[in-house]
Design a protein around this ligand. Structure first.
Ligand SMILES: Nc1nc2c(ncn2[C@@H]2O[C@H](COP(=O)(O)OP(=O)(O)OP(=O)(O)O)[C@@H](O)[C@H]2O)c(=O)[nH]1
Ligand SMILES: C[S@@+](CC[C@H](N)C(=O)[O-])C[C@H]1O[C@@H](n2cnc3c(N)ncnc32)[C@H](O)[C@@H]1O
Ligand code: SF4
Ligand code: SF4
Length: 333
């Protein structure tokens, strides 16, 4: 295995995020669908999706380039019946993780773990079924809770709960933090609502206030190398907590207008149709892998890494008035 490829901005590419489908059984009000448009549509297998063989071939090739980790996402990646097969055939050297809405984990978590899944993130924006339904437009609340339990029972702890923090959910943050502090095996990822692909900037909240509040109550704070994300370790305040004395981990994902986040971005994305994508927020840098021969994959991967640009701080630059503007250098590039 060679050293990871590095882009022009000194960022090594050590991870890939593969969208296995853009179909989904939810219709979350905030969904960016990894930058690929609407998730609504037929639930049947779609013809435009990469096959399991293509996904595995891609992974075998990027392993040669020092890629150490793969995240399977979507749409809802668990709509793929061949997810277990894909994971089983993923190169052993790679850390394999999954981001899912959790609906289908019950009954499949164990098989996924046996196939080689190491970590799972489950989206959960609220602890109340009605609030959950209002955000996701789905009645699958109980299935998601069962899915989290199934993942823990299958040995996939810690399970990270993903919560998008925006106007509608800001009031649920405190309860979710207590929930992971009080329950062993759970962690929480608070994701700043990203309006770049979905519009509705008025839904944004001031994520710094969440940082400040967590810094106040946390026992310990650390930085993660990826994106320079902050992690807070918080104890439960509930005397009946089954997790007394232990801490829950809460990580903040705050990419919006954050050049430090982009300067520490080490991943390339792959769309369900088999296009490479250098940045979540851009669709003007999609690169085809053609018929997906090993040589075509190698060439396209090198090219996408060469063209990677930090979104905030370079692709968008901050003007004197504090507004973010498209860098002229990339217009028409
Ligand atoms: N702008 C931006 N947002 C990201 C990036 N990575 C993750 N996010 C946001 O965080 C959401 C949740 O990411 P996940 O798929 O759960 O995984 P992760 O947090 O990237 O990875 P792990 O914590 O290692 O599991 C994404 O859908 C995005 O909204 C990134 O590279 N850029
Ligand atoms: C696009 S979903 C795909 C995987 C799976 N369907 C799920 O919901 O976990 C991946 C993650 O993106 C997050 N997400 C979607 N739209 C977002 C937005 N506009 N801002 C921030 N995070 C968003 C979701 O909460 C979820 O955790
Ligand atoms: S479950 Fe995931 S892919 Fe589906 S709508 Fe919600 S955030 Fe989007
Ligand atoms: S460069 Fe793009 S993908 Fe990477 S952190 Fe910034 S916005 Fe996200």
């Amino acid at each position: 295995m060679s050293e990871p490829l590095e882009d022009e901005f000194g960022r090594e590419v050590t991870g890939v995020r593969i969208s296995l489908t853009d179909r989904c059984n939810f219709d979350c009000v905030y969904c960016h669908n990894e930058g690929l448009g609407d998730t609504r549509g037929p639930m049947e297998p779609a013809d435009d999706e990469m096959t399991a063989d293509e996904v595995v071939r891609f992974l075998e090739v990027v392993e040669e380039f020092g890629v150490e980790a793969v995240k399977f996402t979507g749409g809802e990646p668990m709509l793929r019946a061949d997810l277990e097969e894909i994971i089983r055939c993923t190169p052993d050297s790679m850390e394999v993780s999954l981001t899912t809405n959790g609906t289908f984990l019950r009954g499949r978590a164990e098989g996924l773990q046996e196939a080689g899944l190491e970590r799972v993130n489950v989206s959960q924006d609220a602890l109340d079924p009605e609030q959950f339904a209002a955000v996701t437009k789905s009645g699958a609340y109980e299935a998601v809770l069962d899915g989290v339990e199934a993942a823990l029972a299958a040995g996939l702890a810690p399970v990270k709960l993903n919560m998008v923090v925006f106007e509608q959910t800001a009031g649920y943050v405190e309860g979710m933090v207590e929930h992971v502090a009080a329950n062993e095996g759970l962690q929480l990822q608070l994701i700043e609502y990203m309006p770049e692909l979905t519009g509705r900037p008025e839904w944004n909240i001031d994520i710094q206030r969440v940082h400040d509040w967590l810094a106040d109550i946390a026992d310990r704070v650390e930085h993660r190398e990826m994106h320079d994300r902050k992690r807070y370790w918080v104890s439960s305040t509930d005397p009946d907590s089954g997790n007394l004395g232990d801490c829950g981990m809460v990580e903040i994902v705050d990419p919006v207008e954050n050049p430090t986040f982009c300067a520490n971005c080490h991943r390339v994305r792959v769309t369900h149709e088999g296009y490479l994508k250098g940045c979540l927020n851009r669709n003007d840098d999609l690169r085809s892998m053609g018929e997906m021969s090993r040589q075509e994959i190698r060439e396209a991967f090198r090219a996408v890494v060469d063209n990677r640009v930090p979104y905030y701080g370079e692709y968008l630059v901050e003007g004197d008035d504090g507004e973010w503007e498209l860098n002229e250098e990339y217009i028409g590039a």
